[in-house]
Design a binder for this molecule. Structure first.
Ligand code: HEC
Length: 139
């Protein structure tokens, strides 16, 4: 019977089709989420995630970034900052969008002896999206 010889091949084809269709579905979801500004920033935040949480009060290697926009540098209770960071806060600095933008471009350019070991984010669009994301965390 000729039809039988072909059957396994057809089944395989059907499975591949199913797999391809579910991949297509996942892509469609990703694309529909992409135009949102906050979604981009959340993605950029993956570069910070290893050291920072966005959960209120949850410290990792670095302090929680929940509510960081508007915070005086080096002042989140329960986190032990470098002297360099608390000194920076004592100058009257505030983590507003402009200060964050400068810091995230080159952390050590702004806070010379910060213990944040991060080379900086070179892409301005990424920094802007990230800061908007951080700003939106506490509503
Ligand atoms: C390798 C770990 C690490 C990475 C990656 C990292 N940070 Fe940090 N971050 C730290 C540490 C440690 C501190 C505390 C710095 C100090 O006390 O000098 C800090 C401090 C900060 C502060 C100051 C917060 C405050 O309460 O004053 C901000 C803002 C910040 N990080 C943002 C970011 C962002 C945004 C990213 C991702 C682009 C990032 N960091 C990536 C470790 C990291």
């Amino acid at each position: 019977m000729k039809a039988n010889t072909n059957e396994p091949k057809n089944k395989e084809f059907m499975m591949n089709r199913k797999t391809i269709m579910s991949i297509g579905g996942a892509l469609a979801l990703t694309i529909s989420a992409a135009p949102s500004f906050a979604a981009d920033g959340a993605e950029v935040f993956n570069k910070c995630r290893v050291c920072h949480s966005v959960e209120e009060g949850k410290k990792k290697v670095g302090p929680s970034l929940y509510g960081v926009v508007g915070r005086t540098p080096g002042t989140l209770a329960g986190y032990k900052y470098s002297a360099s960071m608390t000194d920076f806060g004592a100058t009257g600095a505030v983590w507003d969008a402009a200060t964050l933008n400068t810091y995230l471009t080159n952390p050590r350019g702004l806070v010379a002896k910060t213990k944040m070991i991060f080379p900086g984010l070179g892409d301005e669009a990424e920094r802007t999206a990230l800061i908007a994301y951080l700003d939106g965390l506490d509503g």
